[in-house]
Design a protein around this ligand. Structure first.
Ligand code: HPA
Ligand code: ZN
Length: 334
């Protein structure tokens, strides 16, 4: 398919990738050895890179994945570890012609283990600078609140990130982890404060849970972007509103497939969103865990939907236009 080559060569923006989800098994084991981290001995998956990858290939749900995701990131300890993680992602993304990336990170998963917030941010920032220098790749950090913690704990994490949200080292606020049972409105205190300060807001919603979580993220939290957001077919009125208000949905096809939100890529609402002009982008989510980076996600969509060049142009233009980079940078990319 000629389009696959075109998709590879096109400059791309990624808006939904968790840096901790780009931790490849070989780096995971290397960091575990360096930092004397005990990986679970009672889980044979951690016997080798091969057995771990094989286990990643059998995820049954979001929570089944999150179990491995949170164990994996316990190997990240020093500033250099965070730098190595992020730089490896930027390098791989650049190899697939990503020119701008907005990446999530989960400070609560590290600070609760005794890692200092500054250690995380310093490491990521160093990698951002090097990626800019080495590849011309620009990037922004989005801090995620982990919704399996209490709203009060999340608010403390928000307050810890607030100075860097205000000085621009962090570009926006997100919400991730176990979705069902942790609806967006519970985290209103943090989002209301962030909104009052004019900060950029997104949240994971409509991944495993129903479309009411998407509505809550928009109405209760004031989000202008929704991560995953594949449930709009369940609420035609909300679907129209996303189109009208240009609320970007960051779709992650291989993630949805691997975590069994869908049985086949063809179940994604790509055709419906294109027809209704709901802006969306295609992203990798946790590329080290789901068997592919952004390019593999683009190709999976192309294979299932056979989109035209014009349709891909619309998708790419929306991804750039609704990204959180400067207008100057948008002009450069487009
Ligand atoms: N959903 C929720 N939380 C996450 C995800 C996801 O897909 N990836 C990393 N944290
Ligand atoms: Zn995600």
């Amino acid at each position: 398919d000629k389009l696959h080559n075109l998709l590879r060569d096109l400059p791309k923006v990624e808006a939904h990738c968790h840096l901790e989800g780009s931790l490849e098994p070989d780096l995971l084991f290397e960091l575990a050895a360096r930092n004397n981290i005990n990986l679970p001995k009672d889980d044979e998956a951690f016997a080798s890179v091969e057995s771990l990858l094989a286990r990643y290939g059998r995820f049954t749900s979001l929570d089944d994945f999150l179990h491995y995701y949170f164990i994996g990131m316990t190997t990240l300890v020093a500033r250099d570890d965070f730098e190595a993680l992020a730089y490896a992602y930027f390098k791989k993304a650049h190899s697939q012609n990503v020119v701008h990336a907005e990446v999530f990170f989960d400070p609560q998963a590290h600070t609760t283990r005794g890692v200092k917030f500054e250690t995380i941010l310093d490491g990521f920032e160093k990698a951002q600078e090097r990626a800019k220098q080495d590849f011309g790749l620009t990037s922004e950090l989005i801090v995620c609140l982990l919704r399996h913690f209490s709203p009060a704990d999340c608010h403390q994490a928000y307050l810890e990130a607030l100075p860097d949200l205000q000085n621009g080292r962090i570009c926006g606020l997100g919400l991730s982890s176990t979705e069902k049972g942790n609806p967006p409105h519970l985290f209103k205190q943090s989002y209301e404060d962030a909104k009052k300060r004019g900060l950029r807001l997104t949240a994971h919603a409509g991944e495993e849970a129903d479309v009411s979580y998407m509505r809550s993220a928009v109405d209760d939290l004031g989000c202008r972007r929704i991560d995953h957001g594949i449930r709009l077919k369940e609420d035609p009125e909300l679907l129209k509103r996303f189109a009208r208000e240009k609320i970007l949905v960051t779709i992650c096809p291989l993630s949805n497939l691997e975590l069994k939100s869908i049985k086949d890529i063809s179940e994604l609402p790509i055709r419906e969103y294109l027809d209704a002009k709901v802006p969306f982008s295609i992203n990798s989510d946790d590329p080290a865990y789901f068997g592919g980076y952004i390019q593999e996600n683009y190709c999976a969509v192309q294979q299932a939907f056979h989109l035209s060049v014009e349709e891909w142009a619309d998708i790419l233009i929306n991804a750039v236009a609704l990204s959180w980079c400067s207008d100057e940078r948008k002009d450069e990319i487009l």
